[in-house]
Design a protein around this ligand. Structure first.
Ligand SMILES: *Cc1c(COP(=O)(O)O)cnc(C)c1O
Length: 428
């Protein structure tokens, strides 16, 4: 395939935008080459500036779970746009989407809308600290909760108690309040809690990890965290920015039957517009301004276009019977096909899958945390990525990302993808 125009557009972008991109994951730094510029997208396909058609397995990093330019989402946005795009005053649609979200997700009475997943997680942790009257938080190496300071803590190996910043600009003071643990290692969490008695406000976790490739929690891990939190009076925050409204109507809480105290959302909840949200029981949410002392605000929060897109998306998901099963079935079909192709060509790999999230780790051993994810062979991944791209299949340009399955994918698309894997695997 030819990417002449994309490369020219990238050259122009680099002159006025740092690295030519507005979010680093879009650059091809990990795989080499120039990023592809999108012209438009429909259903399961991207059409780039050079006229190539690509089967899309990123789907805007998750939001487009029903495919691109879904008619009901597009219509909802167009209709709203004609009536004015922002007021900074309450609108009825904010209550409508809040009512629907609260009805779909377990354990939440109230929800507040923000503009991104980053904002949602940042605000959820502030709320947890304000509610609990404690400062420290526990996060897991390899989990991503957006780019606010408390979360940009180095993924250190071993029993790391105090985090250190992995981005310049994050102060030592902030880093000290974030304690790091290994994903799927309950014992380590217990030790951290023991050595920080009565200081920990909350544990924040991706209940199914998606930001070190897809890593589902081991059996009993989440329930173990729940029990620890109850015992030690710590709030449990499920960051469901990726998994919310994707793995089930009620996200991981519903799928795996474990209750969180605060839940954060993003991606799917905005239907492709900039939306995030955080939600909890009433007594926790009532600590937020203007009812309570914990401050949180946003000029464009609850923006009517964003709410219209989100409401249309959640309405589709809520009213389409079997949608999550259909997504999971397609993902399983893809898993089996890829597995067979890689085995046939004797490519060392481990595939992780849950619901409509899947990732191919080019690693020999089971991938259960950041360390084992990092064992994957990045050279193999690079060749795989570019090989798939040459066959018109677009996966994330990094080995540490999940693939997102959309319901717009047909079984023919999946077969084409498996066939591409088969051809690429022969070259690995
Ligand atoms: C994407 C993501 C975020 C950040 O959301 P943004 O909208 O990019 O700020 C936070 N947490 C998780 C689990 C995510 O996948």
């Amino acid at each position: 395939m030819i990417y002449q125009r994309s490369s020219a557009l990238f050259a122009a972008a680099q002159k006025v935008i740092p690295g030519g991109v507005n979010s680093p994951v879009r650059a091809f730094k990990a795989v080499g080459g120039d990023p592809i510029f999108v012209k438009e997208a429909r259903g399961a396909y991207l059409y780039d500036e050079d006229g190539n058609r690509l089967i899309d397995y990123i789907n805007s990093w998750g939001p487009m779970i029903l495919g691109h330019a879904h008619p009901s989402v597009v219509d909802a946005v167009i209709q709203k746009t004609r009536k004015g795009t922002s007021f900074g005053m309450p609108t009825q649609i904010e209550t409508e989407i809040a009512e629907l979200a609260v009805s779909m997700v377990p354990n939440i009475d109230k929800i507040r809308f923000v503009n991104s997943g980053t904002e949602a997680c940042m605000s959820a942790v502030r709320l947890a600290r304000g509610y609990a009257g404690k400062d420290k938080i526990i996060k897991f190496a390899g989990c991503y909760h957006g780019h606010s300071d408390s979360f940009l803590i180095q993924a250190g190996s071993g029993a790391v108690t105090f985090g250190s910043p992995n981005s310049p600009g994050v102060t030592k003071g902030t880093a000290q309040d974030t304690l790091l643990a290994r994903y799927n290692d309950l014992e380590q969490v217990e030790q951290i809690i023991e050595s920080n008695k009565n200081e920990i406000a909350c544990i924040i976790i991706e209940p199914v990890a998606g930001n070190m490739g897809c890593i589902p929690p081991e059996k009993e891990f989440l329930q173990g965290l729940r029990t620890l939190c109850d015992t030690h009076n710590i709030l449990l925050i499920f960051d469901e920015v990726m998994t919310g409204f994707r793995l089930a109507k009620g996200g991981v809480q519903e799928l795996l039957g474990v209750d969180a105290d605060i839940v954060t959302f993003g991606k799917v909840i905005g239907g492709g517009l900039p939306v995030g949200a955080f939600a909890a029981r009433e007594d926790i949410m009532n600590h937020l301004a203007p009812l309570g002392p914990v401050y949180q605000a946003g000029t464009l929060s609850g923006n009517p276009l964003a709410m219209a897109a989100g409401l249309a998306m959640l309405t589709e998901l809520n009213s389409t019977p079997g949608i999550f099963k259909s997504l999971a079935d397609k993902t399983e079909y893809l898993h089996k096909g890829i597995e067979k192709a890689l085995q046939h060509h004797k490519v060392v790999h481990t595939i992780n899958r849950i619901g409509s999230m899947i990732s191919v780790h080019f690693a020999k051993d089971k991938v259960v945390d950041f360390e084992t994810a990092a064992h994957g062979n990045n050279e193999t991944f690079k060749t795989f990525f570019h090989g798939m791209l040459n066959h018109g299949i677009y996966i994330a340009p990094s080995a540490f990302e999940s693939w997102f399955i959309t319901d717009a994918l047909t079984y023919k698309d999946l077969d084409d993808t498996i066939e591409a894997v088969n051809k690429v695997a022969a070259t690995l």
